[in-house]
Structure formats: C-alpha cells, structure tokens
Design a protein around this ligand. Structure first.
Ligand code: FES
Length: 175
C-alpha cells in the first residue's frame, strides 16, 4: 500500500516537472519569436536606408557658427559655358565650377567616382566627362549618365553674392 502511494507521488512529481518544462519552453518560443521579429525589423530598416538614395546638406561653419564662404570666382570672369577648377573644402580637394548654358552655377568635387581621375567640363555637349574610361556625368545634378561610374559626383553648395560665387557647403550623397 505504501509502495503504491510512493509510486503515485513520484508520478505526480514527474508530471509537475514536465508541466513546468513545457511552460518554460512556451516562454522561450515567445522570446525567440520576439527577438526574431525585432531583428527582422532592424534588418529591414537598415537595408531600406542603405538602398534609398538621399543627400545630406552640410554647410561649412566658422567658429562663431556663421556659414563659411570660400570665394571661387567673380561672376564677370566666368562666361556662360565656361568652367573653373578650385579646391573645396580644402585646396587638396579638387573641384569644378561650371556656368551652364542656362546661366546657372553648379559645382562638384571632380574626382571621378569610378577610379578617381579628374572630371572635365565638355561645353559642346554640356556634360562632365572623365576621359580615363569615358565616364559621363550630368552637369545639372552630377549623376552618372554613361560609362563605368555608378555614383554621383559630390555636389558643392554655392552662393552668389555681391558679384562673386562662393562655395558654402557640400551635399554628402548616399545610395
Ligand atoms: S576613372 Fe572615370 S571613368 Fe574610370
């Protein structure tokens, strides 16, 4: 009789252990599902950001916080269809200023985004040309049009004031 009671007690204990085990497993599955969903969401956001083209404007600031201007040229010294090389943000960062046929000023850092050769303005075709492997860029927005380059030229923000053209910042582009 005592043996039967003992056996019954042991069976009850084992059932209880199994029940607790099952409860723990259910919690684990819940936690794993939550962790998986969080990781999936994070990965989706990261991939979305990495593949969406966008640009961030970055103005150069003086120590007092005002926009720092770097003079490039007098408006009167650059005719429509002409270009001028300069350095920005430092003299070691080659850049090109173009006065376009529709009388707008545009500027880009002019290291080709393929293999860093210098890019020139070809005024007859109104394009920016990299002669190394015939890379073509749109002069209005710096986007690659033909040849090996896949990324835009970094755009330089300009300001025309008191008859002079200034570089005031850069657009860091992604995508
Ligand atoms: S370096 Fe410009 S096209 Fe190759």
């Amino acid at each position: 009789m005592a043996d039967e009671k003992n056996n019954h007690k042991q069976t009850e204990d084992q059932d209880m252990i199994k029940l607790i085990d099952n409860l723990n497993r259910k919690e684990d599955v819940g936690l794993n599902r939550r962790a998986f969903l969080k990781a999936s969401f994070g990965a989706t956001v990261a991939i979305g950001l990495a593949t969406t083209p966008f640009g961030i404007f970055s103005y150069m600031r003086s120590e007092d916080g005002s926009v720092k201007r770097v003079e490039i040229a007098d408006v009167k010294d650059l005719d429509i269809g002409e270009s001028r090389n300069f350095g920005y943000p430092t003299k070691e960062d080659p850049a090109i200023l173009v006065r376009t046929p529709d009388d707008k000023f545009v500027a880009y850092n002019n290291k080709c985004t393929h293999l860093q050769c210098p890019v020139f303005y070809e005024h007859k075709e109104n394009i920016l040309l990299c002669p190394c492997h015939k890379g073509y860029f749109n002069v209005d927005n710096g986007h690659p049009m033909a040849g090996p380059p896949q990324r835009e030229l970094p755009k330089i923000l300009l300001e025309v004031k008191d008859g002079k053209v200034f570089a005031v910042g850069r657009e860091v582009r992604h995508g």
